[in-house]
Write a protein that binds this ligand. Structure first.
Ligand code: NAI
Ligand code: MG
Length: 334
C-alpha cells in the first residue's frame, strides 16, 4: 500500500479529485490517501496558504497528487506551485502530450514529452528594481549543475521509455551564456546515451515547427519560461489543458498535478473534466511502479473518451464530472 498526500485544491479541485479517488477505489489501486489542503481554502480557514501539516505530510510520503490551487491576488502572495517546486527541488516538470481518439484536435500522431527545467531561469526570483533609474533587471539564472540535471533527466527518460530523440529548445544565438550551458549539458548527456538522437532548435523556429509538424518531436527539453510557454502550446495541440497530465519531479519527491487552474467559472457545477488530473494520477502510478493498474485505468479512460455522450461538455458530451467518472468505472471491467 502506498501512502500518498492528496491536495484537493480550490475551485474545481475537489470535484475532479473525487472523480480520481472514486476511479482508484473501483480499480482497487493499492494507494491510501492522506488529505492535506493548501491555497485559498486553507487561507480562508486558517490564514495559511501552505499549512505546515501539508509540508510534514509531503516530507513523509514524498509522493503527492495535487488539484489546482488559487493563488490569492495581491501583494506578498507567492505562487504555491513555484514555492513547492523550489523548496523541494522538483527540477523536472514533465508533460506528455498525445493525440487520443475521441479528443478533437487538428492533428494526429502526436506523442511527445516535454521536460521543462522547473526551478531556475526567469523563475529564480532574482529581480532588482532601480526606482531612480527606472530599470528592472529580471535575471534568468541558469546553473551548470541545474542544466546538467534536467538535460540528463530528459535523456534518461528517453532511454527508459524506448524513445528515439531528444530536442533541446533554446536561444543560444542571443542569450549566449545560459543557452550555451544548456547546449553543452545536452551534448554531455548525449554521449552517455548514444542510442538517443540529439538535436537542438532555436525556440522561435521550435514554436513554428511544433504547430506545423508536431509529430516529428519525441522528447523535448528546455529552460523554465520557454517550457512554460511550450507546454501550454503542446497541450493546445492535443485537446487543451483539460486533458493533459503534468508532474513535478525531484530526486527525493514528486508532485503530480493537472496543469489547468481552478476554473472558478465552472466550479461546483459538475462540469469539470477530470481527465487531466486522472492522467496525472496515472503518471504517479507509473512512478510508483504500479504499471498494471495504470494501464487498466488508461484503457477504461480511452474507451470512455470514444463515447462522446459519456464525456463532459468541454469534450462535446453532456455528462457531469461524476457521470464521466462512473462511465470510466464501468469500462474498468471490460
Ligand atoms: P483555468 O485553467 O482555471 O481556466 C481556464 C479555462 O479553462 C476556463 O474557462 C475553465 O473553465 C477551463 N477549464 C480549466 N480546467 C478545466 C477542466 N478540467 N474541465 C473543463 N474546463 C476547464 O485558468 P485561469 O482562469 O487563468 O485561472 C484560474 C485560477 O487558477 C487562478 O487563481 C490561477 O492562479 C489558478 N491556476 C492554478 C494552477 C495550478 O494550481 N496548477 C495553474 C493555473 C492557474
Ligand atoms: Mg504555465
Amino acid at each position: 500500500m502506498h501512502l500518498i498526500t492528496l491536495i484537493p485544491g480550490d475551485g474545481i479541485g475537489p470535484e475532479i479529485t473525487k472523480a480520481v479517488t472514486d476511479i482508484f477505489a473501483a480499480a482497487q489501486v493499492p494507494v491510501q490517501w492522506e488529505e492535506q489542503n493548501a491555497g485559498q481554502t486553507t487561507f480562508d480557514q486558517s490564514g495559511e496558504l501552505i499549512p505546515q501539516a501539508l509540508l510534514t505530510s509531503l516530507e513523509k510520503n514524498r509522493v503527492a497528487l495535487k488539484g489546482p490551487i488559487t493563488t490569492p491576488v495581491g501583494k506578498g502572495f507567492r505562487s504555491i506551485n513555484v514555492t513547492l517546486r523550489q523548496k523541494y527541488d522538483l527540477y523536472q516538470n514533465v508533460r506528455p502530450s498525445k493525440t487520443t481518439e475521441g479528443i478533437k484536435t487538428r492533428y494526429e500522431g502526436i506523442d511527445l514529452v516535454l521536460f521543462r527545467e522547473n526551478t531556475e531561469g526567469l523563475y529564480s526570483g532574482l529581480e532588482v528594481w532601480d526606482e531612480r533609474l527606472g530599470i528592472a533587471d529580471s535575471i534568468a539564472r541558469i546553473t551548470v549543475a541545474g542544466a546538467r540535471k534536467i538535460c540528463r533527466a530528459a535523456f534518461a527518460y528517453a532511454a527508459k521509455h524506448g524513445r528515439k530523440k531528444v530536442t533541446l529548445a533554446h536561444k543560444a544565438n542571443i542569450i549566449k551564456m545560459a543557452g550555451t550551458i544548456m547546449l553543452n549539458a545536452c551534448k554531455e548527456a548525449a554521449t552517455e546515451f548514444p542510442q538517443i538522437v540529439f538535436e537542438d532548435k532555436i525556440i522561435d523556429n521550435m514554436c513554428m515547427q511544433l504547430v506545423n509538424k508536431p509529430e516529428q518531436f519525441d522528447v523535448i527539453v528546455t529552460t523554465n519560461l520557454f517550457g512554460d510557454l511550450l507546454s501550454d502550446l503542446c497541450a493546445g495541440l492535443v485537446g487543451g489543458l483539460g486533458v493533459v497530465a503534468g508532474a513535478n519531479i525531484g530526486d527525493e519527491m514528486a508532485i503530480f498535478e493537472a496543469v489547468h487552474g481552478s476554473a472558478p467559472d465552472i466550479a461546483g457545477q459538475g462540469k469539470a473534466n477530470p481527465t487531466a488530473l486522472l492522467r496525472s494520477a496515472l503518471m504517479m502510478l507509473h512512478h510508483l511502479g504500479e504499471h498494471q493498474y495504470a494501464d487498466t485505468i488508461e484503457k477504461a479512460l480511452e474507451a470512455t473518451l470514444k463515447d462522446k455522450e459519456k464525456c463532459t461538455g468541454d469534450l462535446g458530451g453532456t455528462a457531469s464530472t461524476s457521470e464521466f467518472a462512473q462511465a470510466i468505472i464501468s469500462n474498468l471491467s471490460k
